[in-house]
Design a protein around this ligand. Structure first.
Ligand SMILES: C[S@@+](CC[C@H](N)C(=O)[O-])C[C@H]1O[C@@H](n2cnc3c(N)ncnc32)[C@H](O)[C@@H]1O
Length: 409
């Protein structure tokens, strides 16, 4: 409101409705506060991506973590208008449902809903000329409530959400995750349980799709969930977290949050045991058997290693060559996602925790298998597949095991 008053001579515009509120919020609050509240709002590009293939129709729509209404506004913006402002207002009030914990966000959401509709019917109004009604009793479906203690009056046909992503305590309530879990995982699970017949469109952190911690959630939800998953990439220029969108349609016959199904051909787990290096030098007691010690620093990419200068004592089991070493750190912006090297000698090695290793299962032609899998790792095809499956900056054993590296086309 103070912005409207301070810019009396500016016209009411889409910028005022869509962009200014978030710009002000970001200017006036430190990122740590936004993070704590999970207050990162969706922009045009991401919402367009979310709404791909979604028919925009007048139907009950609910956002359980609505913030200042960015998702809802963009849906309503595309709706056909009724013949008058008041008729459209009535229609919107009937179909819009939102829950938000922060009272000031709820107030702003109602104001933006009203401003957007007003803008559609009244061109070139100056901000100082607006006569804004008391909106407290309007938009009865937009409430300041905890989404887990609230059910909209009408079952929504569409649930849209960009839930908060911060880590919260799961309080031992969920069989799929203990300790700290992503709040987004809880939102997804709870909304999926509450609205089994609704189409759920969600913006979610990539870790829910690719992290091994959420494997159980994926199985729980995906076992009867019919959804399409699309990778988006970085949330926005200022928010460095990779996201994907989930379009869950109970009316669809397709399966899943699971990763791309198994193609014909050989998977890495058919021919290799895949593990993460066990040694964490600053944490482990440095005693036990002394062996060569492989780290991300002494394994040059694409190299063929026989021995290294460094040695370490460790109680962990050593790994006998030959085997393949992969760096765990891998960013979606890297040209090659799986940076590999071969350890070709039969010496024993200890491996640092920043490395993944692949030990051939077959004794015969071990080196040939190692070479074949390294050729696959250095291909563009492999990098494209891995980038589709995982946007986080760490490769996981599960993703590597399930890659089809031979004859999968
Ligand atoms: C990431 S923002 C998303 C806002 C909006 N949906 C968007 O995409 O722009 C998440 C919002 O959820 C709210 N929130 C967090 N926990 C909540 C809860 N239990 N019930 C309702 N809202 C909640 C936060 O205050 C925050 O505004």
């Amino acid at each position: 409101m103070s912005y409207l008053m301070a810019h009396k001579d500016d016209p009411l515009s889409r910028d005022v409705v869509f962009n200014v509120p978030y710009q002000l919020l970001r200017c006036e609050n430190r990122v740590s506060i936004l993070r704590e509240k999970g207050a990162f709002f969706s922009g045009d590009k991401l919402v367009d991506f979310l709404f791909t293939d979604v028919p925009i129709v007048k139907t009950a729509i609910y956002d359980p973590a609505a913030g200042c209404g960015d998702l809802l506004l963009r849906y309503l913006d595309k709706l056909e208008l009724a013949s008058s402002f008041s008729e459209s207002m009535q229609e919107w009030e009937c179909i819009v449902y939102a829950a938000e914990k922060e009272p000031s966000f709820v107030k702003l959401m109602k104001l933006r809903l009203w401003l957007l509709l007003y803008l559609k019917y009244h061109e070139r109004t100056k901000l100082g000329q607006l006569v804004i009604p008391d909106l407290r009793e309007r938009f009865a479906g937009v409430v300041c409530r905890d989404a887990f203690k609230y059910l909209p009056e009408t079952m929504p046909n569409i649930v849209i959400m960009n839930p908060p992503f911060q880590q919260v305590d799961s309080n031992g309530v969920y069989s799929w995750g203990t300790g700290k879990v992503s709040y987004a995982a809880i939102f997804l699970y709870e909304m999926y349980k509450r609205f089994p017949k609704s189409r759920i469109l969600a913006i979610l952190p990539d870790v829910l799709r690719s992290g091994s911690r959420y494997e159980k959630l994926r199985t729980t939800v995906a076992s009867d969930l019919k959804s399409v998953v699309r990778v988006y990439g970085r949330f926005d220029k200022k928010t460095d977290i990779d996201v994907f969108v989930l379009d869950h349609r109970p009316d669809m016959r397709k399966r899943v949050l699971r990763n791309a199904g198994r193609k014909q051909g050989r998977m890495i787990c058919d021919d290799f045991a895949v593990h993460v290096g066990a040694v964490v030098p600053h944490r482990d007691a440095l005693k036990g058997r002394s062996c060569f010690f492989l780290t991300a620093d002494n394994v040059p990419p694409g190299s063929n290693i026989v021995r290294v200068k460094e040695k370490i004592k460790s109680v962990h089991k050593s790994v006998k060559g030959p085997f393949v070493v992969l760096r765990r750190t891998s960013s979606p912006s890297d040209k090659i996602r799986c940076v590999s090297s071969i350890v070709s000698s039969s010496h024993d090695f200890h491996l640092d925790n920043h490395l993944i290793y692949l030990k051939p299962r077959e004794h015969k032609s071990e080196l040939k298998l190692c070479q074949e899998v390294c050729n696959f790792f250095s291909s563009q095809e492999c990098s494209a597949i891995v980038s589709r499956l995982i946007r986080c900056r760490h490769l996981t054993v599960r993703i590597i095991r399930n890659l089809t590296y031979k004859g999968g086309k």
